[in-house]
Design a protein. Structure first.
Lengths: 359, 425
């Protein structure tokens, strides 16, 4: 009996010992290793979270975002091809508590910062289904004052937090950017309906449910003629400074076909040569520095403006659309209205002229 | 409590294919419901059910009453009115931690630790009064479960608030598994080990195997946690160690289950007694879910199914198939011994079939969904394709809640209607 009692004592201590061992081996020791690795690999001045980012992070934690979105890119091709290089320890050094997550209903967000513009994020947070029609992400209108372009502090904080995700890593390793891949052939109409219609509208008129909160507004595809190469380039790269993102994994060729199909050509009589000359003059005086001598969008001032000026050789708005852009400007872009600076005659002359660059 | 937790689950599952269901009300969005669903199952249902069973079993196992009745009322009060209900409310109001199986905010965690300490005082001293030589294996599981839960709870609930990122995650991983392995599993096994001999009238097949299984379980379980973060930055050796422990655990479970089934052999357990049938079925699910667990810890499989609905299927098999069946068996068993209690075998029979059907359908459905997601992710199709591909499965999953919930209603009816069967004093 005594020996039995002893053996239970030993086993009992052993049990507690094993538990302690588990904590040491799988908790404390890895902690040490990770701390050391952080010290070794972290950039000199790691970017700590700003106050707004911290608040955004709290909302992210509170709303269970981490239960649909991981922030942990595994060392596996399936992860790294899609999301970029696997997560490094030092990237997580300011995460109290960590937000790694164990389930992906939505994509990993470790590198979300560079993927979308602010107006995209706000509109998406206000109503994910407006932007991505099949999304199952919950909407968070409580963070807004009734509209996607009227964010309350909470929404601003979340979007600031999202914008910072992956930023430190991108600074440390600029080559971290993803490979752009174009998916296998598929039905372009279908791909358009599921990915583009939320912004560009079901018929390409730029009037999708997400359009209201975006600036600049989604392009009206009915009013624009694009070369195939242009659409493919836009899909591969996205448009800097707008909510138009780069699209990976989609069949770019087939979608280009759908997009070009929306365009409704308009017949336009050729104007007298005098008007042609006036247009040429106005263009050289006022437009070429941005849109380029040859209308290719590569004017001398182009590198300085926030968004790439339109390349008229691969994109042609209808006459009405051109005039509208000239009179009202393009909201949310550096393209200012010209109606106060140019006469009506000059406007229609230059509108005609820019449409002549298209090849 | 069970019903509330299940309702949280159903709403959350429905919002997964119809997100506008929350009506834009922050408290009803998916994230908060998801927190309350799992915490409700853990504390509201399983915690209450386990403690209730302990009040029945501990006095019989030790031949002595538990420490104090007053303490018992306090424990009940704290558990439900300082933990479950405030926890739920705070989460809905936006106070929580984004840590799995630890979503209740830190304030509530303090009460959990308090309640666990009280539980130690309540249930353990009686075991030590006569020394441990004669302690039956169910008693061992009770002791082990309560002690180790108390030890590991702070690890998952407090530590990650103070250690950043990957370092905190290493501790979270441990707790994710300890919640299941050191709280739910031992107490469910205690019920199984108790109910089987109590209703068959025969001792378990081998006391040696029982004890072997017990000690291996407590040696191996704590070492499993890191398998939740395979292919992460946590040092590879820790990951590999956890994977090895996960494999060995599979072996241990085979020992435990073999012993249990050898004890059941020839007893006609299926037709004999409903509580017995629940616990025997729980044993079966335990075997399946553990072997599945050992397999999915292996790197090749983990790389594919991790982050998918496959894992959600696994956890329902564990919490609903294993733990809930054991708890239902334990509760019905204890209930029938209560003076003046009613029991309606037909309702309980219905409950058994409804829950079993619902669970199996849900499990198959989620596993398939997980495989489809994994395939889409590997093919590098746009993310939304993986969401669209499983939408139908998500709708079906919500539909499986119907038989499961009906089963729980039947179970409740089984305990409240029918003839008075309880032994009168």
């Amino acid at each position: 009996m005594k020996s039995l009692r002893m053996s239970y004592l030993v086993a009992g201590l052993g049990g507690v010992g094993f538990f302690a061992m588990s904590v040491l081996l799988l908790g404390v020791w890895p902690g040490r290793v990770l701390e050391e690795e952080t010290r070794r690999t972290s950039p000199k001045n790691p970017l700590a979270l700003t106050v707004s980012e911290k608040r955004g992070r709290q909302i992210y934690a509170r709303e269970g975002c981490a239960y649909c979105h991981t922030q942990q890119i595994r060392q596996l091709d399936a992860d790294t091809v899609r999301f970029g290089k696997s997560t490094a320890v030092w990237e997580t050094q300011f995460d109290y508590p960590h937000l790694w997550g164990t389930r992906r209903i939505g994509p990993d967000l470790s590198r979300e910062g560079s993927l979308h513009s602010e107006d995209w994020q706000l509109t998406h947070l206000y109503s994910p289904q407006a932007v991505v029609p099949d999304s199952v992400m919950p909407a968070f209108p409580a963070l807004f004052d009734g509209a996607p372009d009227r964010p309350l502090q909470g929404a601003r904080d979340v979007v600031t937090y999202l914008a910072g995700l992956g930023y430190a890593r991108a600074l440390a390793e600029p080559e971290i950017a993803l490979k752009k891949t174009s998916g296998p052939p598929a039905n372009g109409d279908d791909a358009y309906a599921h990915n583009c219609a939320g912004c560009h509208g079901p018929h390409g008129e730029g009037d999708g449910p997400a359009a209201a909160g975006l600036s600049p507004k989604p392009a009206n595809l009915v009013e624009h003629e694009y070369t195939e190469a242009h659409v493919i380039t836009v899909l591969e790269r996205g448009i800097r400074g707008s909510s138009m993102q780069a699209w990976r994994g989609l069949p770019h060729h087939d979608i280009a076909h759908t997009v070009r199909g929306f365009y409704r050509p308009v017949r336009e009589p050729a104007p007298p040569p005098a008007i042609r000359d006036l247009g040429k003059q106005v263009y050289a005086d006022h437009c070429a520095q941005c849109h380029g001598e040859n209308g290719d969008g590569k004017g001398s001032a182009a590198p300085e403006v926030r968004m790439a000026p339109t390349d008229f050789t691969s994109e042609r708005p209808t006459p009405a659309e051109t005039l509208r852009a000239l009179r009202q400007g393009v909201a949310g872009t550096p393209m200012a209205p010209w109606n106060t600076k140019l006469s009506e005659a000059e406007l229609s002359a230059v509108a005609y002229y820019v449409r002549g660059f298209y090849r | 409590m069970l019903f509330v937790a299940v309702l949280f689950g159903i709403f959350a599952s429905a919002e997964m294919w119809k997100p506008e269901l929350s009506g834009g009300i922050a408290a009803l969005t998916w994230g908060r419901l998801r927190y309350d669903h799992t915490q409700g199952i853990l504390f509201g249902w399983l915690g209450n059910a386990f403690f209730a069973f302990l009040y029945h079993a501990v006095p019989i196992l030790t031949g002595r009453p538990v420490t104090s009745n007053t303490l018992g009322r306090w424990m009940f009060g704290i558990w439900n009115f300082a933990i479950v209900i405030p926890g739920w409310t705070l989460v809905l109001a936006g106070f929580s931690q984004p840590l799995e199986w630890a979503e209740f905010p830190v304030v509530v965690d303090i009460f959990v630790v308090l309640a666990l300490l009280l539980a130690l005082i309540q249930f353990l001293p009686v075991f030590f009064k006569d020394g441990l030589e004669d302690t039956y294996v169910a008693g061992w599981y009770v002791i082990g479960g309560l002690v180790f839960t108390t030890l590991s709870y702070p690890m998952g609930n407090f530590v990650p608030e103070f250690l950043p990122g990957a370092r905190g995650a290493a501790f979270s991983g441990l707790w994710i598994h300890d919640a299941v392995g050191l709280f739910v599993t031992p107490l469910a096994l205690a019920i199984i080990y108790y109910v089987i001999p109590a209703s068959t009238g025969r001792p378990v097949y081998s006391h040696f195997l029982s004890m072997l299984g017990f000690w291996l379980l407590f040696f191996l379980y704590p070492l499993n946690g890191t398998h939740h973060y395979v292919f992460s930055v946590i040092p590879m050796d820790a990951q590999k160690g956890a994977i090895l422990a996960s494999s060995l655990l599979g072996v241990d479970v085979i020992i435990v289950v073999a012993n249990l089934f050898l004890s059941l052999r020839g007893t006609g357990w299926f037709a004999r007694d409903l509580p017995l049938r629940f616990v025997a079925t729980a044993t079966m699910f335990y075997l399946i879910v553990s072997i599945q667990g050992s397999l999915q810890a292996q790197m090749a499989i983990n790389g594919t199914v991790h982050f998918t609905d496959w894992v959600i299927g696994h956890s329902h098999l564990a919490m609903l198939g294993f733990a809930t069946f054991a708890a239902a068996g334990g509760l019905t068993h204890a209930w029938r011994k209560m003076p003046g209690a009613r029991f309606n075998p037909r309702a309980v029979e219905w409950a058994y079939w409804l829950i079993t059907t619902g669970l199996l359908l849900m499990f198959v459905d989620l596993t398939a969904a997980g495989l489809i997601e994994a395939r889409e992710w590997k093919a590098q199709t746009p993310w939304i394709d993986s969401v669209r591909a499983v939408r139908g499965y998500w709708i079906f999953r919500t539909a499986t809640a119907l038989p499961i919930t009906a089963g729980f209603v039947a179970l409740l009816a089984g305990l409240l209607t029918g003839d008075r069967v309880g032994e009168s004093r």
